[in-house]
Ligand binder design. Sequence first.
Ligand SMILES: Cc1cc2nc3c(=O)[nH]c(=O)nc-3n(C[C@H](O)[C@H](O)[C@H](O)COP(=O)(O)O)c2cc1C
Length: 370
Amino acid sequence: MSQTSTPDLFTPLRLGAIELPNRVVMAPMTRSRAGEGNCPTALTAEYYAQRASAGLIITEATQVCDTAQGYPNTPGIHTDAQTLGWRKVAEAVHAAGGRIVTQLWHVGRISHPLFQPNGAAPLAPSAVTPKGELFTGQGMAPFPTPRALETDEIPVLVRNFADAAKRAVFDAGLDGVEIHAANGYLVDQFLRDRTNKRTDRYGGSVENRARFLLEILEATAHAVGADRIGVRLSPTGVFNDMGDSDPQNHFLSIAKALNPFGLAYLHVIEGRPGHHMAPPDGAPHVAAELRAVYKGPFILNGGYSRADADAALAKGQADAISFGEGFIANPDLPLRFQRDAALNEPDRASYYGGDAKGYTDYPALESVAA
Ligand SMILES: Cc1cc2nc3c(=O)[nH]c(=O)nc-3n(C[C@H](O)[C@H](O)[C@H](O)COP(=O)(O)O)c2cc1C
């Protein structure tokens, strides 16, 4: 394939240090099936290995430290046992011919004392309580008011991200990490002004609000190399009671500030029209402007079909497209796209928690045809 021909989903792509045979990326998806000690299990390895034909697998969000959890049975990568679990996942995916990075998160205020060491309040940039309720594993509960981080606690969290990245790449053998700076979790809580009311160097101006993310990138890049790091942003997302007074200008500044790092990629969520992650009515669409200012590889996400994705790639709106729900139900999504085959429908009731049902039991095309 020549460099100048119009790319489609099956044009190979390099994301920093990672070579992708296609541009059908698996979006990160929490499945709440981690085992004892929040460790990935043999079933986790089987699930990801089944999806190894993705150009790149981005794993479910994974805790960087013991204050980072906000949902039951989500995996971590801050203990040796968790890291060993990820090592087995990486080995299984690599043996199946795939590439896999893990998404690193801290949930910040989207948590509950039940998930926190010593039953403490969840941590956040500011003591702003999210509207709504969260699932604790023992039913629904109102979000508690988080505790605003002290300025000198923030570098410790930065270190947690860098240590987790080191574990991911050097100990577990994963191909890289994605910093979860989207969907209303801790990094996004710093980025957006609805949740960041700080008056120190981490709050106020957009430069200050971006400081936590940029410090994480500096530290993780120093630890594992920028060419193994991606960043995920959701500038207009409202999930987890999020919002910002000027997403367009603020996120343009943030995207520009990412340029000097030379990251593997920037991954932006902006749902297509009608998708639940589309910008709310009247709100600006910002993905195209971010694409214009961001100089590195760009992944788009949010309700794409195969045809939408090919059109977006042909128009240069992105270098790759990530698919979430499509990959839950179709372990061989790239092959189905290639053959124009029918897609399995996902079963929403088995998205979170449980066992192999709705996780590793979706049929691949070959087994259906046989
Ligand atoms: C079950 C489920 C779990 C998800 N968990 C995560 C997650 O851990 N991290 C993240 O950044 N996005 C998460 N998302 C959002 C997806 O990555 C993606 O943005 C969303 O599904 C839209 O893409 P799609 O229309 O191709 O499914 C999740 C989505 C689903 C359906």
